[in-house]
Design a protein around this ligand. Structure first.
Ligand SMILES: Cc1cc2nc3c(=O)[nH]c(=O)nc-3n(C[C@H](O)[C@H](O)[C@H](O)COP(=O)(O)OP(=O)(O)OC[C@H]3O[C@@H](n4cnc5c(N)ncnc54)[C@H](O)[C@@H]3O)c2cc1C
Length: 391
């Protein structure tokens, strides 16, 4: 029986494996990370490549090491120095730098050797821990951390899902099986936040004048997707004093700047528009009409305003589902083991993020305790400290 099994080996799960082994001295042979992808951070690499982003939204301090200065220290080494590339404010690292530093940590601390390839499909309580059923057998551990979010569940507006079912050339940027390529013909990007702006700007440089970004609202400018006060006592004290979980959910909703982007991204977007590379429309898609000629890829998107937009290819940048992650197997575990949930169905956990003896959460599953930044990089740092306190 393992001491720790972490379910999900993306940003959160990989960080937790580093934290537990290097900060809390758990022996690497007592811990495993279960994830369907052989390499750590697979979805992170896929989504960021699809987006075409150059810099992270968060500061260099929110890197994959528990030492906030680790990434800066890396830029002073022979390997890291040529990659030293940041954007202000907050010293946000380039994606290439962040990824190289993460890869260095994975190799240095052999984080790929604690991985088990597979997908959790069930959870059984044992007298001294948990049995996790996977698609390739079962694993037993005294402690289990649920460290996955909704990153395998991209959000599809209903009109887009309907169009896709009818055979329209429409993809979600966060579909794990979709590899964005240079567009062929008129491309329509749908979405109102940083990712939509980044992918539309990237595509407009590759196919000038052939890309339209459709946003439901004017760009909403926020440096981060939740203010920095949510990492400190400034807002968290008040949040933790609130004992009504419905009110806590409302506080999270109000705090998270969904569909927002920082100034630099808005500026690049504006420049692409001003130079005639990109068309920007503020409106909302409601229905796709396919061409009568079945050979043609062309389609028409009907807009809420009554106008139409023509496209050969639609790319959704509409984020992820917001309901409780996990799906059916976790729903079953919740009812089978009477795991406590709030009215929004998210876990009610204690201060150590413990949902039931030996069962812990990170990421959006920990949101009602960690707060609005729970799913971000800094969220797993806050989560790891709390889970580590149970040792
Ligand atoms: C393009 C983009 C840019 C972002 N930039 C930033 C940023 O700059 N700063 C920031 O703080 N945040 C950022 N985020 C938000 C967030 O920090 C990232 O999405 C981060 O990857 C979330 O980490 P995660 O571990 O929850 O998800 P992931 O990295 O996607 O990992 C989850 C893993 O769990 C696995 N999994 C799911 N279900 C199971 C199961 N049943 N069994 C086993 N494994 C399972 C998945 O396959 C996946 O490998 C960004 C997000 C995106 C999409």
């Amino acid at each position: 029986m393992l001491d720790w099994l972490i379910i999900g080996g993306g940003i959160h799960g990989t960080y937790l494996s580093l934290y537990l082994t290097r900060r809390r001295n758990i022996s690497p042979d007592r811990i495993q990370v279960l994830d369907p992808y052989p390499q750590p951070l697979a979805l992170w690499h896929h989504f960021t490549a699809n987006t075409g982003m150059s810099y992270l939204r968060s500061s260099h301090a929110h890197n994959l090491h528990f030492d906030p200065f680790s990434l800066i220290t890396f830029t002073r080494t022979r390997a890291g120095q040529p990659l030293a590339n940041f954007i202000e404010p907050y010293g946000r690292p380039s994606l290439a730098l962040f990824n190289a530093h993460s890869q260095l940590l994975i190799e240095r601390y052999k984080l790929d050797t604690v991985r088990e390839i597979g997908r959790a499909q069930g959870l059984q309580r044992l007298t001294n821990g948990w049995r996790v059923e996977t698609d390739s057998g079962s694993l037993e551990a005294k402690n289990v951390i649920l460290a996955f979010g909704n990153t395998e569940r991209p959000y599809w507006p209903s009109w887009a899902r309907e169009a896709q079912t009818s055979g329209a050339n429409i993809h979600h940027l966060f579909d794990p099986t979709y590899n964005r390529t240079v567009p062929d013909g008129e491309t329509l990007v749908i979405g109102g936040g940083i990712t939509a702006a980044q992918v539309a700007t990237t595509l407009s440089l590759q196919s000038p004048g052939e890309v339209t970004l459709l946003m439901r609202h004017e760009p909403r400018l926020h440096q981060f997707d939740a203010d920095l006060g949510w990492i400190t006592h400034q807002y968290l004290d008040n949040y933790h004093q609130e004992t009504d979980y419905t009110r806590r959910r409302e506080m999270i909703r109000a705090a998270r700047h969904r569909g927002s982007m920082p100034n630099d991204i808005a500026r690049e977007l504006d420049q692409a528009v001003q130079h005639g590379l990109l068309n920007l429309r503020i409106d909302e898609g409601i229905h796709v009409r396919l061409a009568d000629n079945k050979q043609s890829k062309s389609m028409t998107l009907e807009l809420a305003s009554g106008e139409n937009l023509k496209a050969d290819h639609i790319i959704l940048a509409t984020g992820f589902e917001t309901s409780r992650p996990g799906g059916v197997w976790l729903d079953t575990a919740v009812s089978q083991h009477a795991l406590p949930t709030a009215p929004d169905s998210f876990p009610i956990v204690d201060q150590r993020l413990c949902w039931s003896p030996g069962l812990f959460v990170s990421g959006s599953l920990a949101e009602l305790e960690v707060g609005p930044v729970a799913r971000n990089f800094v969220g797993v740092k806050l989560a790891a400290e709390r889970i580590g306190d149970s040792l």
